[in-house]
Ligand binder design. Structure first.
Ligand SMILES: [Zn+2]
Length: 265
């Protein structure tokens, strides 16, 4: 059964809408990930995990072509990064959702692969919900990792070991695309001095403070974290767990009732 949106014909899209399939939209970014990971890391993680989840039961979802470019101005001191203005991203992703809604899709799930996409994709998902009859939700893939699995597998220090080009991302890439990982160049880089009470970066337990400095101010290598602790075995377990929970999320989102609005004026 087909699931890649761009391979459908228009009558097939109409059928997918009639089948109440969820549109799954991966959003990454093209940016430096240290000396050992490729620029496409965040596109790869979001789109591969989405693909694996949709592929498991294509009758419930369609996989959209990923959004490659996004917001990452703070990485521009490193060669390779392509930075798009935040307002552009919000409108761009909103317009993808608006188009899907006009064709009849009513559930649009955005799967995020890039930490700095969070505020923009949150707003894009809200826009889609507010501006169309569809509803849209956004999930960053690392939020789907069960806490127990992180406790079991994580070796890098907390906080800081899992932030960017880190133990987590490198493990996942070693599983998904080992040909693109140069482990001999992976270096631990957690050099924002001792993490203070409020200023640190970690995907597992983010600081309560919203704050993003120029990356080159606190990373020498373009990495923040400890990629030397990464293995393909860990990556396989992380990916399997994320895909499992993404399948459950798609099912729940698909079954979720869209209730009528009530105008109380
Ligand atoms: Zn990344």
């Amino acid at each position: 059964m087909k699931y890649r949106y761009e391979e459908f014909t228009w009558p097939e899209i109409r059928e997918a809408v009639n089948g109440n399939r969820v549109a799954v939209l991966p959003v990454g970014t093209v940016e430096q990930h240290g000396p050992h990971l490729p620029l496409i890391t965040d596109v790869l993680t979001a789109s591969e995990m989405s693909r694996l989840a949709v592929e498991r039961d294509p009758a419930r979802a369609v996989l959209m072509p990923p959004v490659f470019y996004s917001f990452n101005e703070h990485h521009m001191d490193f060669p390779g990064t392509i930075a798009v203005n935040g307002e552009t991203i919000i409108r761009y992703v909103t317009d993808i959702g608006r188009s899907l809604s006009r064709h009849g899709f009513r559930k649009i799930l955005i799967v995020n692969g890039h930490g700095s996409n969070v505020p923009f994709l949150d707003i894009a998902a809200r826009n889609i919900t507010n501006e169309t009859p569809a509803v849209s939700a956004m999930i960053s893939w690392w939020k789907l990792i069960p806490k127990k699995l992180l406790e079991e597998l994580r070796e890098s220090e907390r906080p800081g070991g899992m932030a960017h080009g880190c133990e987590l991302e490198t493990s996942v890439l070693l599983h998904l695309r080992p040909d693109l990982v140069q482990m001999d160049k992976a270096q631990k880089d957690i050099n924002f001095q001792t993490p203070t009470e409020f200023f640190y970066w970690d995907l597992e337990g983010p600081s309560p403070v919203m704050f993003q400095e120029w990356f080159s101010r606190y990373s020498k290598t373009g990495t923040v974290g400890d990629p030397t602790k990464a293995t393909a075995e860990k990556g396989a377990k992380f990916v399997a767990a994320v895909v499992e929970r993404m399948c459950a999320l798609i099912d729940e989102f698909r079954a979720r009732e869209i209730r009528p609005r009530v105008d109380h004026h």
